[in-house]
Design a protein around this ligand. Sequence first.
Ligand SMILES: NC(=O)C1=CN([C@@H]2O[C@H](COP(=O)(O)OP(=O)(O)OC[C@H]3O[C@@H](n4cnc5c(N)ncnc54)[C@H](O)[C@@H]3O)[C@@H](O)[C@H]2O)C=CC1
Ligand SMILES: O=C(O)C(=O)CO
Length: 328
Amino acid sequence: MPRKKPVVFVTRKLPDVVETRMRELFDTRLSADDRPLSQAELVAAVREVDVLVPTVTDRLDAGVLSQAGPNLKLIANFGNGVDNIDVETATNRGIAVTNTPGVLTEDTADMTMALILAVPRRIAEGIKVMEGGDWAGWSPTWMLGRRIWGKRLGIIGMGRIGQAVARRALAFGMSIHYHNRRRLPGEVEDRLEATWWESLDQMLARMDVVSVHCPHTPGTYHLLSARRLRLMKKDAYLVNTARGEIVDENTLARMLEAGELAGAGLDVFEQEPAVNPKLVKSDRVVLLPHMGSATIEGRIDMGEKVIINIKTFMDGHRPPDRVLPSML
Ligand SMILES: NC(=O)C1=CN([C@@H]2O[C@H](COP(=O)(O)OP(=O)(O)OC[C@H]3O[C@@H](n4cnc5c(N)ncnc54)[C@H](O)[C@@H]3O)[C@@H](O)[C@H]2O)C=CC1
Ligand SMILES: O=C(O)C(=O)CO
């Protein structure tokens, strides 16, 4: 007799090709309307299904997980960051967690590099001028930004995305500096011409551009606290495509307003989709709606990873992208 297909609940609309394959392989319940689920809706889902496929917009906290039914064995996150899931509680309850690392590295690094270029070179302001029909012609002293070449880039979290950003920035003539939980092997440092800073505080005080690429965990919440943001040079720029919670957004907004930092490029925010109104008003920032990994190719690759993780797990093997609390 053929084995019963696992019941898989997908919280958001995924690319058609991914949904089609999921329907072929699993007893798949797709999102009826593409919107974040409420906590009550998540509870209803985890009570019933074998596998949940959430995204960054679904908060699977201890409260929700405590109500999981006996069938729930896997949370296969459609996303790299797992800060939307209480991995420890899930693991303690015998629910495995997987994510989608690697396939969105290059896309997110591209978007980061775009912000590293866009903010100092005032690209968004230039676009506004053109859209407003306000261009009075070239002038030697108008719309001057800051040169990228020769500047110091400080990367916080030199993992997959951090290193992919370093490769790009090196090609733009920036000098690469990084702070990471662990120092990289010598050959990787040599290839990236990267300087390691054991002290984040010391690195922050010397960089022209700081780019955030560590995960959001209890240990990195407000890693860029008010105190640390104030260590940055007044003419420095901050770029964050990791998670909003890593930066004290209110302090950042106040500092930008007061001219205590030159600018910021942000793809992620503390209370998404809400954005601090001071940031929205500021000419010193480029804001993006969490679109670091938003390519058609990337989203299909993420879907494939989710499918492989579910299939491997359901076939009784260790899924390739298992996340354990000790990894966070
Ligand atoms: N904007 C977007 O659309 C996307 C955002 N992301 C975010 O990017 C993050 C990083 O992704 P990957 O590079 O693939 O992860 P990764 O695990 O390869 O790299 C993270 C690095 O941060 C380091 N780290 C951890 N805690 C640290 C700390 N306290 N101080 C300094 N370094 C620390 C780790 O040692 C590791 O080297 C994800 O966790 C996710 O939140 C990921 C994909 C898309
Ligand atoms: O995968 C992630 O971590 C995201 O932020 C969305 O791609």
